[in-house]
Write a protein that binds this ligand. Structure first.
Ligand SMILES: NC(=O)c1ccc[n+]([C@@H]2O[C@H](COP(=O)([O-])OP(=O)(O)OC[C@H]3O[C@@H](n4cnc5c(N)ncnc54)[C@H](O)[C@@H]3O)[C@@H](O)[C@H]2O)c1
Ligand SMILES: N[C@@H](CCC=O)C(=O)O
Length: 515
């Protein structure tokens, strides 16, 4: 028997012992930088000529590590390895598969600060954000392991006299996992182990902007006892190799997390039935957001301001759940806006290695340039209240930026910026607030800060997002507590860390026997 699932607590860094342990982990990781990590196919280590260098976004001169770049030929090899491992892995009992995850969770918990320190280095997460990312990865391992155990026997169905009917789940086959840079441990690990614990084998394509954390996780899964070929690590080669596997006739499913543009392209490519293909590929796509916080006239305005700031600027706004729109009732608009500006000015932007840093860099030059260009657009579309500056001399630092008086149809109110930028818009009524909130192509997260029960109930029905929060911010979903995933162009309506997530990786079989 396993103990019931409970989410991993966050580290309290105000305890000096914890802070010291984290500093020690950072110092250790510093000694490990710059190493070369091979591709792993069927347990075999392969180093290719062409490489991808992962650098620290807070200090672009610093190499975090180097990975080999995949090729189409290696993609074929990975497919063969995964297909061959599938023949044995699918027959391993669900309980034994779950045990590998539980062991990995225990090992990751013991090395929690070390993994978080890699996140600080590779993607510039400040301490608390890195700690939450690692905690979430542990949660996915623990939660999906238990869920698989409970699904092992299938679900009871009715039988008539003289008949015995059974309904149970079988794995799909080889899955392609494509993960984003922004939760390079939690999302990469969660999507990978959901596919594995359900009996599938996978080819993992981590983001080229965070391949080292993924390499460390793959090593950990091997140490936890995962058989060779079940998890094949194939970094590098971005679109070309990724699309090649998407289109491969033996790919059975694709679990993608990333931007809308790439998700839509994958969805489209996967729909084409290739010669020799025997199934329709399943695509799980978790995509972008344009998330809003509504502030009602009867609301705790300090809570509103704190929620907007934390949700807009946590990890430099590089969360699909980030608050990029504040929709505020006119009666309280000025007060909320001025408090948000005041709080924003107090945020410390700097090297995420420092404990006191609230906001580190954005991920790379491409992101930096894109966000800065949106800031220029914002200057035309609204009133710049604070921020607006960037500095990319050492790393990719952008000041947290607030725009006021932006029209709901403005580009910065419609397009995902994925950076530390929030736009305020003023509305007259709560109904208008809901209309503005729903007026994007996305539908991922949203929050309402209100003391008005009728308004909250109305939002419960009409605010069309996958994750709706009342009287709190719109980021920070916890596995098993806030199943996560969005509507419309935010994805395929799946819910990571939710009770039905594993079913997306299996097919149900009915067996009926007559006596
Ligand atoms: N809904 C969610 O749960 C969720 C979670 C995290 C991030 N996101 C979204 O992800 C985006 C940020 O992450 P990102 O910048 O890494 O996204 P991205 O779309 O640029 O990349 C995601 C992954 O796709 C790969 N890729 C890129 N082009 C490809 C192609 N043509 N074929 C196959 N693979 C390809 C990348 O290498 C990367 O591994 C944001 O839009 C954010 O909202 C969504
Ligand atoms: N699950 C995370 C967001 C993941 C996307 O970037 C949250 O709830 O904030």
């Amino acid at each position: 028997m396993t103990v019931p699932y409970k989410h991993e607590p966050f580290t309290n860094f105000t305890i000096e012992q914890e802070a010291a342990a984290f500093r020690q982990a950072l110092a250790y990781v510093e000694t490990q930088l710059g190493q070369v990590y091979p591709i792993i196919i069927g347990g075999k280590r392969i180093v290719t000529e062409e490489k991808v260098v992962s650098t620290n976004p807070a200090n672009k001169q610093q190499e975090v590590g180097v990975v080999s770049k995949a090729t189409k030929a290696l993609a074929d090899e990975a497919m063969e390895a995964a297909l061959s491992a599938f023949e044995t892995w699918k027959r391993v009992s669900p309980k034994a598969r779950a045990d590998v995850l539980l062991r990995a969770a225990a090992m990751l918990r013991r090395r929690k600060h070390e993994f978080s320190a890699w996140l600080v280095k590779e993607v510039g997460k400040p301490w608390k954000e890195a700690d939450a990312d690692t905690a979430e990865a542990i949660d996915f391992l623990e939660y999906y392991a238990r869920q698989m155990i409970s699904l092992a026997e299938g679900v009871p169905v009715l039988s008539r006299s003289g008949e015995s009917n059974r309904f149970f789940y079988v794995p799909l086959g080889v899955g392609l996992i494509i993960s984003p840079f922004n939760f390079p441990l939690a999302i990469m690990a969660g999507t990978t182990v959901a596919a594995i614990v359900t009996g599938n084998t996978v080819i993992l394509r981590p983001s080229d902007r965070a391949p080292i954390v993924a390499a460390k996780f793959v090593e950990l899964m091997e140490e936890a006892g995962l058989p060779q070929g079940v998890l094949n690590y194939l970094p590098g080669g971005e679109a070309e190799v990724g699309e090649y596997i998407v289109e491969h006739p033996q790919t059975r499913f694709i679990s993608f997390t990333g931007s809308r543009a790439v998700g839509c392209r994958i969805y489209e490519r996967a729909a084409i039935v290739q010669p020799g293909q025997k199934w329709l590929k399943r695509v799980i796509a978790e995509m972008g957001g344009k998330d809003a916080i509504i502030v009602d006239r009867d609301a705790d305005l300090e809570l509103a301001a704190q929620s907007i700031v934390a949700s807009a600027f946590g990890f430099s706004g590089q969360k699909c759940s980030a608050c990029s729109r504040a929709i505020v009732l006119e009666d309280v608009y000025d007060e909320v806006l001025s408090r948000v500006v005041e709080l924003t000015k107090q945020l410390k932007v700097g090297n995420p290695q420092e404990q006191s840093t609230f906001m580190g860099p954005v991920i790379d030059q491409v992101s930096y340039d894109k966000i800065m260009s949106y800031i220029e657009i914002g200057k035309q579309e609204g009133k710049l209240m604070t921020g607006g500056e960037g500095d990319d001399t050492t790393g990719f630092f952008i000041q947290p930026t607030v725009f006021a008086d932006v029209a709901p149809t403005a580009r910065i109110m419609q397009e995902e910026i994925f950076g530390p930028v929030v736009a305020f818009t003023k509305v007259r009524t709560f109904d208008e607030a809901l209309e503005v909130a729903n007026n994007t192509d996305y539908g991922l997260t949203g929050a309402v800060i209100s003391n008005n029960r009728a308004h909250l109930e109305k939002a419960r029905e009409e605010f069309h997002v996958g994750n709706l929060y009342f009287n709190r911010g719109c980021t920070g979903a916890i596995v098993g507590y806030h199943p996560f995933g969005g509507f419309n162009m935010s994805g395929t309506d799946s819910k990571a860390g939710g009770p039905d997530y594993l079913l997306l990786h299996m097919q149900a079989k009915t067996v009926s026997e007559m006596f």
